[in-house]
Design a protein around this ligand. Structure first.
Ligand SMILES: Nc1ncnc2c1ncn2[C@@H]1O[C@H](COP(=O)(O)OP(=O)(O)O)[C@@H](O)[C@H]1O
Ligand SMILES: [Mg+2]
Length: 437
């Protein structure tokens, strides 16, 4: 058996394991999986991962620690396995991944850089001081909360470190500091998500950023960032305690020929300032009157269907594949090849080659209640990919984060985009239809 492989860190048995294992296999590499303990209802994932990977270890707790990773690295070495790199799409393990890669001698982000990006308050302060953001931010306590509410300036509340839009909302007069305390106790008991917030349970407020929202999928090679795709969030729902990002299209439809190079140059400036030399990023930003503001910079691949959506644009190379390439291609020659490939996808630059396909995906969220039926309806275009993650009979409880119900991806030929996209945006609302009891 081939004893050379990639160390994959899985959160509670998930984190795109099947996709990552298959990506590794394309490079004739095995997958060594270290997973945190799945929730009792998902314990079958242990056997599934055992069957799909060359080597599996499961930690005692629902969140991995550095000690777990270190121990597994030692065990693998002792058993004669060779780890070429470490990869995790779970944001809570990004620092562990960076530390492991440092030990393995693989060029990746510095662990301290990961920590900076994950701390949205520190990141905002730094961008602000460098003149790269005009957004003011403050750490929240009862006093600063009351102060802000009294001022009445449009403000946005979010955890200093967070994911899944957990507790992200506009500061309005009907909300109170007690709401934050309630959310904090909800987070503390959330077995899957609590570890993300454990290093930093605080909340922050920042100026409300108006405008259209986009995400930039970026791969950095030896100090050079490449924008592999720009997704425009064409439907954002801010009505609840979590901002829901319903539908995305790529390439974007509301950035014109003159705005794209400016956006691209702005990304370059941000990356240079933060010295982000290597890795994969999902940078979220809003644009208003031609002014760009960072929402957050995730040091990882985007969630939802971002990775397969990139595959449509690049005609077959997904974002997770590009990320693995980034970790594997480390010689000067491989880096040159990688740069040449990425340059073709790089929107807003002269090397960009227009893709014959556009991608569009919609995410379906569940709300509280017991699901009676889930049905898939046909619309004007056959989907590329349909994923439904809940089933009838599931009881969905009230929560301050997004609850994925399903997601569907479409590939639209460029010459049919004008005709099909508007139809798809409307019709896709009912592609996955749920009835509650
Ligand atoms: N300052 C802000 N002004 C307006 N909307 C914001 C602001 N910060 C975040 N948002 C909205 O909330 C969403 C979730 O916030 P984000 O910081 O991306 O948290 P998460 O890490 O949970 O994705 C963003 O995609 C954006 O739509
Ligand atoms: Mg976000």
């Amino acid at each position: 058996m081939n004893k050379t492989g990639v160390l994959l860190l899985s959160h509670c048995g998930y984190s795109f394991m099947e996709e990552l294992i298959s990506n590794a296999a394309k490079h004739s590499l095995e997958s060594f999986v270290l997973s945190s303990l799945p929730l009792p209802a998902n314990s079958y994932r242990i056997q599934e991962l055992q069957e799909k990977s060359a080597w599996l270890a499961v930690s005692e707790n629902h969140a991995l620690t550095w000690e777990d990773v270190e121990q597994v690295m030692q065990e693998l070495a002792a058993q004669g396995y060779h780890i070429v790199c470490c990869l995790s799409v779970w944001e809570g393990y990004r620092t562990l991944m960076a530390k492991a890669n440092q030990i393995l001698g693989v060029a990746d982000m510095e662990p301290a850089q990961v920590e900076l990006l994950l701390n949205k308050y520190q990141l905002r302060q730094q961008l602000n001081q460098a003149g790269l953001s005009q957004v003011n931010s403050v750490l929240l306590d009862e006093h600063t909360w009351i102060d802000l509410q009294a001022k009445g300036k449009p403000a946005f509340i979010k955890p200093v470190t967070g994911i899944a839009s957990y507790a992200t909302f506009r500061l309005t007069t009907d909300k109170s500091w007690q709401d934050i305390e309630k959310i904090q106790s909800e987070i503390a008991t959330d077995l899957i998500y609590s570890s993300i917030f454990s290093a930093n349970r605080g909340f922050m407020a920042e100026d409300y950023i108006p405008g259209q929202e986009f995400s930039f999928e970026i791969i950095a090679v030896d100090g050079q960032p490449f924008v592999v795709a720009i997704h425009e969030k064409i439907e954002v729902d801010e009505s609840g305690s979590a901002v829901l990002e319903n539908a995305c299209v790529a390439p974007p439809i509301n950035l014109n020929e003159s705005q794209l190079p400016k956006a691209r140059a702005w990304i370059e400036t941000i990356f240079q300032h933060l010295q982000l030399q290597w890795g994969c990023y999902h940078l979220e930003a809003r644009c208003y009157n031609d002014h760009w503001e960072v929402i957050e910079i995730n040091p990882r691949v985007g969630g939802a269907l971002i990775s397969p959506s990139v595959s449509i644009l690049t005609q077959g190379v997904s974002m997770t594949q590009l990320w693995l390439n980034n970790l594997l291609y480390q010689t000067a020659e491989e880096q040159l090849q990688q740069k040449a490939q990425l340059a073709k996808f790089d929107l807003g630059t002269e090397t960009y080659q227009q893709s014959p396909m556009s991608s569009y995906f919609r995410v379906y969220f569940a709300h509280a209640g017991r699901i009676r039926t889930i049905q898939q309806n046909i619309c004007c275009l056959e989907p590329e990919l349909v994923q439904v993650s809940l089933k009838s009979g599931t009881e969905v409880v009230e929560t301050a984060r997004e609850v994925f119900l399903g997601q569907v991806l479409w590939a639209i030929p460029q010459d049919k985009k004008n005709e099909l996209l508007p139809k798809l945006i409307t019709e896709s609302r009912n592609t996955i239809q749920v009835d509650y009891e």
